[in-house]
Design a protein around this ligand. Structure first.
Ligand SMILES: *Cc1c(COP(=O)(O)O)cnc(C)c1O
Ligand code: SF4
Length: 353
């Protein structure tokens, strides 16, 4: 987590991780987003205690073998229902024994990231746009993450290490849009984010900077005046794509953060992943899309799960996904229905299902 810089170290040092009292206290005790990260929960036991569930929930003792550690902000935990073992937010972040079963067709790199890597930190799969792995860190570890096995360790950390990627973008005049992804690009400190954005912004053929971030959902206090100011100062058109899967994620401190981005004039889109036991239900998806459009956030993609090791228990059959989306079409305005897509390694775009 060195990428978070000095503030993170200071905030972490102030906090005794064994002190979980006040977990559900108001967000006001969290000084800023760095502090919120320092206070994030890093173990299944602490998470389960916080929501009042027995420590063996969804595990017979094996979950300690899961290699992807538990990590979740308190803001997100506050939106869970205490005592509900099947809470749809809890399911997204609690390590379970199911992750340890390997399943046919599930691999480490299901989406062909490895073969589309042009330079360290830069992936190009599609015409006109390229994707930067701005950082490997996130404010939450989603158990179904398609990059849960991505080798982040070899990607750039310092500005100087970005040079090959930046030079590649400078040379390739067909690239009009840069997607800052990760991990989560808004995990970068303001200083680093500013430096990276300004550099990208200075490349004339780059017209758009798109930020793929789950932070406005899981760590809403990341949406600061300074962040909005940084976005506003860029020449390039800024587009923000957030990631929420369930309507209960759009509660408490989250809607105001989304609203700030929308009111500042940036197009804000949402992508969701179709997840068994979380949002494989037409009422749930309808509610999610309605809450989003009521805030001015447009549903963009509903992703079929990428078949990454340890995630098969989240998979919903494509046929069922199609029925769910048909159900949405019957209930929502056309603009509120996300495109149901799958990522296929080597394909020229995300493939509509
Ligand atoms: C998903 C993805 C994009 C973005 O695709 P859109 O359909 O434009 O949202 C771009 N580059 C890579 C490598 C991707 O995986
Ligand atoms: S926020 Fe995105 S990149 Fe990070 S763990 Fe969740 S799905 Fe993966």
């Amino acid at each position: 987590m060195d990428i978070l810089g000095d503030n993170y170290e200071i905030a972490a040092a102030d906090h005794d991780p064994s002190d979980q009292t006040g977990l559900f206290a108001d967000v006001d005790v969290e000084v800023d987003w760095h502090h919120s990260l320092a206070l994030a929960v890093r173990s299944s036991d602490v998470l389960l205690s916080a929501v009042g569930l027995p420590l063996d929930t969804h595990s017979t003792g094996d979950r300690g073998k899961c290699q992807f550690p538990v990590f979740v902000s308190r803001s997100y935990i506050r939106r869970m229902t205490p005592g509900d073992a099947n809470d749809p937010l809890l399911r997204q972040v609690l390590a379970s024994d199911s992750e340890l079963t390997s399943s046919e067709g599930f691999t480490a790199d299901a989406v062909g990231d490895g073969s589309s890597r042009l330079t360290p930190g830069l992936l190009k799969k599609y015409e006109g746009r390229a994707l930067l792995i701005a950082t490997g860190t996130c404010a939450i570890h989603c158990r179904y993450c398609f990059r849960r096995e991505y080798p982040y360790g070899r990607e750039p950390r310092q500005m100087s290490e970005w040079e090959p990627a930046l030079q590649e973008i400078e040379t390739d005049r067909s690239i009009h849009e840069i997607i800052l992804s990760g991990g989560d690009p808004l995990m970068l400190t303001d200083a680093r984010l500013t430096e990276l954005c300004k550099r990208l912004d200075s490349i004339h053929h780059v017209c758009r900077l798109r930020f793929h971030s789950r932070l406005p959902i899981v760590l809403p206090n990341r949406v600061t005046d300074r962040l909005i100011e940084l976005f506003s100062q860029l020449r390039s058109k800024v587009i923000v794509v957030v990631h929420a899967n369930h309507p209960r994620e759009i509660e408490r401190d989250c809607p105001p953060a989304l609203q700030r981005l929308v009111r500042a004039g940036f197009p804000v889109l949402n992508q969701a992943v179709l997840l068994k036991g979380v949002n494989d239900d037409v009422d749930v998806l309808t509610d999610l899309c309605e809450r989003l459009i009521n805030l001015g956030v447009m549903p963009y993609y509903l992703h079929q799960l990428d078949r990454v090791n340890g995630t098969s228990h989240f998979e919903v059959p494509i046929e069922m996904g199609r029925q769910l989306v048909a159900g949405l079409r019957g209930r929502l305005p056309g603009y509120a229905v996300p495109q149901y897509v799958q990522e296929i390694a080597g394909a020229p775009s995300k493939m509509p299902l």
